[in-house]
Design a protein around this ligand. Sequence first.
Ligand code: CS2
Length: 500
Amino acid sequence: MNRQLPLTQQNLDQLPSQIARPTYDRSRLTTGIVHVGVGGFHRAHEAFYTDQLLEAGGDPQWGICGVGLREPDRKMATILRDQDYLYTLIVKRPDGGIETRVIGSIVDFLMGCDDPAAVIDRMADPATKIVSLTITEGGYNVDPATGEFNASNPDAQHDIDHPLQPRLVFGFMTAAMAKRRQQGLPAFTVQSCDNIQHNGDLTRKMLIGFARLQDPQLADWIEQEVSFPNAMVDRITPVTSDADIDFLRTEFGLDDKWPVACEPFCQWVVEDDFSAGRPDWQDVGVQFVPDVTPYEKMKLRLLNAGHSVLGILGSVFGHETIDQAIDDDLFAQYLRQFFDREATPVLDAVAGIDLDEYKQTLIERFGNPKIRDSLSRIRLESSSKLPVFLIPTIRENLASGGSIRYATLVLAAWCYYSDKQVDRHGKALEITDGLKTELHAAARKTGDDPLAFLKVQSVFGDLAENQRFTKTYADLIDRIYSNPDVTATMQAILSDESNS
Ligand code: CS2
């Protein structure tokens, strides 16, 4: 197809009928939600649910204003603005079936680094009821030593000195809260959509921690007035590929500069604690529960940890994608054993959920061959992910006397690739991680001291003081360094365990 139709509001009517599109009147939408961190995940999840709701006749006050705080967000801002904030969601089923829908729930986009006042004003606007966040595990600015807000971050210092030109999301939200308080407006709800246990509680701690450094009275006000619902979020959303863009061009003649692809599965379990009201998301499948703890733990310790197991071991082996790794019988078996022997024994029961079935579903989701979720995405920012996804399982098994070898091998393989930066064939494996320099420097010393990598305190804490752990870890380091084909060690662990 030669003629390419640019994705804009005006062109929506001309799209081929196979592409679903908003039939609600987007010009009536106002922005009740300000979302910081508009990446693939937000666009496949919160914006998707909100679009579904608007399509079902939901209240038009719940349009979304996207916010980017930094220069790397500019590409998204520019593309969305050029496309009237529209983008295509490409849902890929494992059987090859594809559903496409243009999502219309985002109606504006602001860049904090260009115009901080515009972002603060939007958050402080009486129409704004929720500020939601996808700022990644590392974006919460936690001091690893104390678990408190990391005040030594230079950006935090900058924000304390320049309250109206903040850089961190906490500076923006604090400035907006100050304005609301001054004007006698109620607080907005702060809703974290990141993969962190008790993401709402952590956001509360960090926001109040920051506000207290700036204005203790305001911090008290936030403490009393703001709600921070905890939530479990889930939808596998790989990085958009050129093939996704080409697919829309060749199949439909649609020119969308940044669509988003995802799996059919989608889940959002949220504590119903919204001080300023919320969309009727329950009408489109969002689950509201009094306590999200068991759901989030189950997801982080099985799905996300499962990704890390396949992602890190698979990378060192030379696999490229999650489906390729799970298609390899040894990896599938190893993952299942990790789930059953290490992750599950330290999970709480989840009312209404059969864990066996959940694990089986995960294996099917990981196996979706159309998603092609790259291991390089899974490896991103491992230093923020593993302390949330995998290390707690090791700690709890150390405490209970449970098995730790499956998970510990992942840490040893992580050390190997942080040191060598190649897979077992010598092919480069890049490290994209806020702690890259520290990780590499520590891992490089492994030859002299097998436990050197564990000195990265912000990741491992005091794990290096546990003898059962260090013994297991040192043994696995020894094996991987003498034979970087991790499958030999995976095989050995599997057969040892089946004999035990
Ligand atoms: C992944 C997650 O980044 C990761 O390591 O495990 O992005 C995962 O795909 C999502 O949490 C799925 O909901």
